[in-house]
Design a protein around this ligand. Sequence first.
Ligand code: 2AM
Ligand code: CA
Length: 262
Amino acid sequence: MLHSALINVMVKAARNAGRSLKRDLGEIEHLQVSLKGPANFVTKADQRAEELLYADLTKSRPGYGFIGEEGGTREGADKSHTWIVDPLDGTTNFLHGIPQFAISIGLQRDGVIIAGVIYNPANDELYIAERGKGAFLNDQRLRVAGRRKLDECVIGCGLPHIGRGDHEQSRRELTAIQQKVAGLRRFGAASLDLAFIAAGRLDGYWERNLQPWDIAAGQIMIREAGGVISGIEGDDDPLKTGHVICGNEFVHKELVKILKPL
Ligand code: 2AM
Ligand code: CA
């Protein structure tokens, strides 16, 4: 399938960093990790992937700004373009050898996300989206699920871990949603949860306290697949608030109705 030059740049960078992560995953699976322990090893894997992404993306598009989870913000001469990158989303899964993690690359132009790539090197699933050109999983066009009955829907979520977020609120949310849906899932890599919405695997998803690099690529993926994504208010910008609710138009609205008052 033919893609734009921009998507080719992003895919090439994602696959290159993906090779590095996959090698590191192999080490974890065979317990060949250093004496300093697996957490330190994963931090190194994360940083290596981000440096590869930075080098590839900056070589192809010199001057674009770069916001990465590991290295923070690196300004570029071109003030209208910024890469928003998570080199390893789903770090805890990676550390445990659970093959649900991804590289997430979004490109922002004048404040609007115009392209996104999400790549899981463990199963070689590659999601791409470009503004006005649709969303694809391994070159198959994506469309969000069409379900309109909440009790038939499988809904994904995130759970705040120890020392983070509001655990009481999270339990209130789970209780409220659990009573109304066919199934709840918690996969642990936000970018892939968003990609799963675009692919129609999950009908809906919500999570609080995410970072721009968790959301940027997934947001355009969902919109290009015909879905709706917002913050908890229903019409706010998840990139600004860090809170996300998404699904098809119907499921999104139903989730907002339940979650907003909680
Ligand atoms: P990470 O693996 O890159 O940290 C898990 O629910 C999801 O939330 C993951 O995508 C995880 O990304 C993301 N996340 C964002 N901020 C987080 C934080 N402060 N603590 C834990 N997970 C966070
Ligand atoms: Ca992340």
